[in-house]
Design a protein around this ligand. Structure first.
Ligand code: DHB
Length: 405
């Protein structure tokens, strides 16, 4: 890529072994893991720290990811403020069915919002003297097909900076600019679009259920999650073209109540809606995850629909695999070590692609679905909850897979 801004306009030039474009959970966790091994990466993000902290994202961490945050010294707030969930509830045909993760596969998940994971990582970087630039603009990534890649950006004060790195990691999210640096004729993009989206709300209300409720109904999908004792997080299937303005609090609660209603009389505790948004999603993978000195991690390389809460976990898994590979590549082995990244990361990526799209198809009713489609889905849901193999399959996929050595 040609530099759009002349070198004379650069105010500072520094060196770093690794430059990380994107300082969300994947970018910061990678910087943290490298930092623990004595390798100081530079991370940057176009968003301010405040913007990242206040953008609602998913809320479920695999137990392994939670343990990694604690054991690598990010912090132990998750143990004090997170909630261990030993199962989830599937509701369909107006009835509740619990999937007991602990009983089936001896694993749990943690309810701990992604925004809190981000805050813990950003605080840990600050504590450890890590270099993170938030709120930058005009980011340029240059020369990734050489052994001397560079990243340039404009700081909030207008100064133009360049970092000369040995490797660049693109952890710049689902609208990644880094992934476009893999030449078009050398990359493959796989994807799937869905004819529905999620309407997400934060509501000031007491908790409606102790664990997550994934609800299938003839009116469409709903998910009941939580944040605190007084603030709840919920989602329901909507049209991707829906606008939040068309949804009053009253209409939102009517919709949610209809989707969880059943013969057991289950009802959600209602309260003022504090925040609402339409979350469009898709399934996406770009291969390869490495091009020259550039490596892609997290949503930059792959995104999943939110059903099943794989996205954050997958991003954290990528960097868990990538950190030791980069350390080897910076040492005696050199760039050849990078060949190990994609095979180790990609197996889980495609498993998660399958699980997320399967769980999405299992629980959402596409527009124009027939009575046959609905009955078939109920048959599939019955196979999932009504057989030990079905329950174990869901429990195993939902709680994650072991990291491949
Ligand atoms: C949440 C989000 C998800 O996508 C999911 O599958 C479970 C929980 C959440 O935001 O709490």
């Amino acid at each position: 890529m040609a530099a759009a801004i002349p070198a004379a306009a650069i105010d500072t030039v520094t060196r770093a072994p690794v430059a990380i474009v994107g300082a969300g959970p994947a970018g910061l966790m990678l910087a943290h893991l490298l930092g623990r091994a004595g390798v100081e990466a530079v991370a940057l993000d176009t968003r301010t720290r405040h913007e990242i902290e206040t953008t609602q994202r998913a809320g479920i961490l695999e137990a392994d990811a939670a343990r990694d945050l604690v054991e690598t010294g990010v912090g132990d707030r998750i143990l004090r403020e997170g909630h261990e969930h030993t199962g989830v509830e599937l509701r369909f045909d107006g009835r509740a069915h619990r999937i007991d993760f602990q009983g089936l596969v001896g694993a749990s998940t943690w309810l701990y919002p992604q925004t809190d994971v981000f805050v813990d990582l950003a605080d840990a970087r600050e504590r450890d003297g890590g270099i993170v630039h938030f709120g930058v603009r005009d980011t340029e990534v240059l020369d990734v097909d050489t052994a001397t890649p560079r990243v340039r950006w404009t700081a909030p004060d207008g100064a133009r900076h360049e970092v000369r790195a040995r490797y660049v990691v693109g952890a710049d999210g689902s609208r990644s600019m880094c992934r476009d640096l893999v030449p078009q004729q050398r990359r493959v993009r796989y994807g799937h679009e869905y004819p529905f989206a999620w309407f997400g709300i934060m509501a000031e209300a007491p908790m409606s259920a102790p664990e997550l409720v994934y609800a299938h109904s003839e009116h469409g999908f709903a998910l009941i999650s939580r944040r605190t004792d007084t603030v709840q997080r919920m989602y329901f299937q909507c049209d991707p073209q829906d606008s939040v303005d068309a949804w009053s609090d009253e209409r939102i609660w009517q919709t949610l109540q209809a989707r969880v209603a059943g013969e057991d009389g289950f009802r959600l505790q209602e309260g003022p809606v504090l925040e609402k948004s339409v979350l469009r999603f898709r399934s996406f993978v770009q291969e390869p995850m490495r091009w020259g000195s550039l490596l892609l991690a997290g949503d930059a390389a792959h995104t999943v629909p939110p059903t099943g809460a794989r996205g954050l976990n997958l991003a954290l898994h990528d960097v868990k695999v990538l950190a030791p590979v980069l350390l080897r590549a910076l040492g005696a082995e050199g760039a050849a070590a990078l060949d190990d990244y994609q095979p180790r990361a990609l197996q889980r990526v495609w498993r998660a692609q399958h699980f997320s799209s399967w769980m999405t198809a299992l629980l959402h009713l596409p527009p124009g679905a027939s009575a046959f489609d609905l009955r078939r889905q109920l048959g599939e849901l019955d196979c999932v909850v009504g057989t030990r193999a079905g329950r174990s399959h869901l429990a195993e996929q939902y709680t994650g897979w072991p990291t491949r050595a």
